[in-house]
Design a protein around this ligand. Structure first.
Ligand SMILES: Nc1ncnc2c1ncn2[C@@H]1O[C@H](COP(=O)(O)OP(=O)(O)OP(=O)(O)O)[C@@H](O)[C@H]1O
Length: 315
């Protein structure tokens, strides 16, 4: 006969849920849902998206048009509010945040770089004044503002352009100023939506290098949404989004082979979410003509997925 647990034991079990999902991560999305309603029609832009990003990481997010990338960045930047699920950035809960907290969050916890160069900077201010502006809003002293603006423009290789207005800068230089503006208040997280989208490949490379430098030298956790293969293939982790969910992940690392030669190891994974869902790559499904249902077999060290054969008609 099983012994009835004591009240104290039941209380312990109820409160002991093990480590919190995403504890220690800088970005936590757990079963994130965003539904838009337009003209009486509901669009499910995010349908249970899970994502963890560690402090100091630099990741790229890729996905087809309409897969939910901008929706995700808008939520992470505090511009939009999710319909359900968990979204936390630098320990701030984005679902329960009040209006005043949202303002502080947007001013001090996250920095944002948009694709449209003109959207990132005020045209009538110089590069240095643009970088100082968020620090003025945050009440930083004049001395600190000046020192930090000069330091940031220097780190990003545009120190000598501090007195120019955006119209006197190239697209790539404007984006580098935009990065300096975004990190002026030392945010925990830097979010960039297609930051190289409007640039030619050489300039795009300079902007990506600037993002990498900020990540490496200031330690800012960085998330870049991109269609640019140069960006998505250079970072250590690229997360693929499909139909509003994280579906795949590519990890890259450096290693040394037996002869001492440097190797770059690229490993591609499907994402197994917290409730056990996996998205099969579209070309696997098409290649094997899988439809509606599949048969799963548990093997000693893997799970096999088979096309379900048609049931023979019963006589
Ligand atoms: N404000 C809105 N109202 C209604 N539907 C929206 C809204 N914003 C986005 N959507 C829809 O949500 C889905 C995801 O859009 P989202 O902009 O996040 O995709 P995306 O991956 O960023 O696409 P792209 O690469 O083209 O920018 C799309 O079906 C889109 O039409």
């Amino acid at each position: 006969m099983t012994e009835t647990p004591s009240l104290a034991e039941l209380e312990r079990r109820a409160t002991d849920r093990g480590p919190v999902y995403g504890a220690g991560a800088h970005i936590v999305c757990d079963n994130l849902v965003r539904i838009y309603k337009a003209d009486g029609i509901e669009v499910v832009a995010l349908q249970g998206l899970d994502l963890l990003v560690d402090p100091g990481e630099l990741i790229a997010i890729v996905g087809a048009s309409g897969s939910g990338k901008s929706t995700l960045l808008n939520i992470l930047s505090g511009l939009d509010v999710p319909t359900a699920g968990v979204a936390r950035v630098a320990d701030v809960d984005l679902l329960t945040m009040k209006a005043a907290q949202r303002l502080t969050f947007r001013r001090e916890k996250v920095g944002f770089v948009w694709q449209q160069t003109a959207r990132n900077l005020l045209p009538y201010l110089t590069a240095e004044q643009n970088v100082q502006l968020p620090m003025r809003f945050a009440g930083r002293s004049k001395k600190l503002r000046r020192t930090r603006a000069a330091e940031l423009l220097g780190v990003l290789g545009i120190g000598e352009l501090a007195d120019r207005r955006p119209a006197e800068l190239s697209g790539g230089q404007q984006q580098r100023v935009a990065i300096a503006v975004a990190v002026a208040n030392e945010p925990d997280v830097l979010l960039a939506d297609e930051p190289t989208g409007e640039l030619d490949s050489t300039t795009a490379e300079q902007v990506f290098d600037a993002l990498r430098r900020v990540n490496a030298e200031l330690g800012t956790t960085t998330v870049i949404v991109t269609h640019d293969p140069h960006v998505s293939e250079e970072v250590e982790r690229t997360v693929g989004i499909r139909d509003g969910r994280t579906s795949s992940e590519v990890r890259r690392r450096h290693a040394v082979d037996a002869e001492g030669r440097a190797l770059r190891i690229v490993e591609e994974y499907a994402v197994l979410d917290r409730v056990g869902r996996v998205q099969l790559p579209r070309h696997f499904i098409d290649e094997l003509e899988m439809r509606d249902r599949v048969r799963l077999n548990l093997e000693p060290d893997h799970v096999a997925v088979h096309r379900a054969e048609e049931e023979p008609d019963s006589e």
